[in-house]
Write a protein that binds this ligand. Structure first.
Ligand code: AQP
Length: 329
């Protein structure tokens, strides 16, 4: 049984991209592994966010985790801010990360470029170090993420290796990203050259979208001037994105999806994509509504934090002893 860790930042409403690239896959691991799934609420502070929005987003994600099949009796579901060891290990690991490598992080460059240069928070810059701590704390070997988080997991890997070499001990398990073969990067429906992203809502489908709204978004998704449903990411990015969404939600291959639409026009194809998206949203939303206003969410978080702390506190003890931080024997 391996330890597996993943999480989502409550920076906005969850998108279909978050579902296909991450959420949908979490529950697949829980029968065979020890799964830790958290809500990265401290990470959400790295960009400006209103307190009540952060609060609501956080609750929403817990409800969506459950709605998407995570079982608190199999997986530990918790908030990053409830397990102090994340911050503690983040502070310690910061001394082993280099500013040059943090400067090269694509997400940092991308997010910082949208801010006024004078107001880029330190937290945004050091975000990958805290994320490395999130992963390393749980001795996680596998980290299921979408394509955009691969670079951060690789940094966590580099830091773990560097730390182990520095102290000549196997203090940390070396993590590796697990990227889905399809659906690791769902694109915006209005601009398929951009990732569908919760903090950049143009062209997003949200898990909370009204079904009619979601259908309308699919029907007006950007495509191309041809009339052939074929996967060609470079020349037909819009159609390729819709094919990816369709095949992931139907759990079939892209080739199988292509075959279903030989000779079909874009209208017919989009209606089929809209049907499967709406079925998925309806199923998730029904369950989400059962959970969102129940006290069960707090029970789940309390149980999850307790389980997370049991392993995280051990890691921190190991690290402190290793670097020479004094504690009573
Ligand atoms: N468009 C996407 N396609 C596939 N996977 C995606 N993920 C995000 N967008 C897509 C995956 O969802 C998980 C949660 O990500 P996160 O909340 O930690 O932040 P992110 O990767 O930066 O996702 P967003 O939605 O783009 O958030 P913001 O806008 O706040 O930056 C990750 O596994 C991610 O790969």
């Amino acid at each position: 049984m391996e330890n597996i860790l993943s999480g989502i930042k409550p920076t906005g409403q969850l998108t279909l991209g978050n579902y296909i690239g991450a959420l949908k896959n979490f529950s697949k691991f829980q029968d065979e592994n020890k799964v830790f799934v958290f809500i990265a609420d401290l990470h959400a502070l790295t960009l400006p966010i209103e307190p009540e929005v952060l609060n609501q987003n956080t609750k929403d994600i817990v409800a969506f985790y459950l709605a998407c099949g995570l079982d608190p009796n199999k997986a530990s579901i918790f908030l990053q801010s409830h397990v102090y060891e994340h911050s503690e290990l983040g502070t310690i690991l910061g001394n082993y990360a280099y500013m040059g490598e943090l400067n090269r992080m694509t997400q940092f460059k991308d997010k910082a470029s949208k801010l006024n240069e004078k107001n880029i928070g330190l937290g945004l810059f050091t975000y990958p170090v805290l994320m490395a701590a999130d992963i390393i704390l749980y001795d996680a070997k596998k980290v299921p993420v979408g394509e955009d988080q691969k670079q951060h997991v690789e940094l966590a890997r580099d830091l773990a290796i560097r730390f182990n070499h520095r102290y000549k001990k196997d203090i940390f398990v070396i993590p590796e990203p697990v990227i889905p073969t399809t659906g690791a990067r769902i694109m915006s429906l209005s601009d398929p050259s951009k990732k569908m992203s919760k903090s950049d809502p143009k062209g997003d489908i949200f898990l909370k979208d009204d079904l009619k709204v979601a259908r309308k978004k699919i029907m007006s998704a950007v495509t191309d001037l041809e009339c052939e449903v074929r996967y060609d990411k470079e020349n037909k990015p819009g159609i390729s994105n819709l094919l990816t969404i369709y095949s992931c939600l139907k759990e079939i291959t892209i080739e199988e999806a292509e075959k279903e639409f030989i000779g079909a026009n874009y209208g017919t194809f989009k209606r089929a994509v809209a049907d499967v998206v709406c079925d998925t949203l309806e199923r998730i939303q029904t369950k989400y509504n059962e959970y969102i206003n129940s006290d069960y969410l707090d029970e789940v978080l309390e149980k999850g934090a307790k389980e997370a702390r049991a392993i995280a506190s051990n890691t921190i003890k190991r690290v402190k002893a290793c670097v020479g931080l004094y504690s009573k024997q």
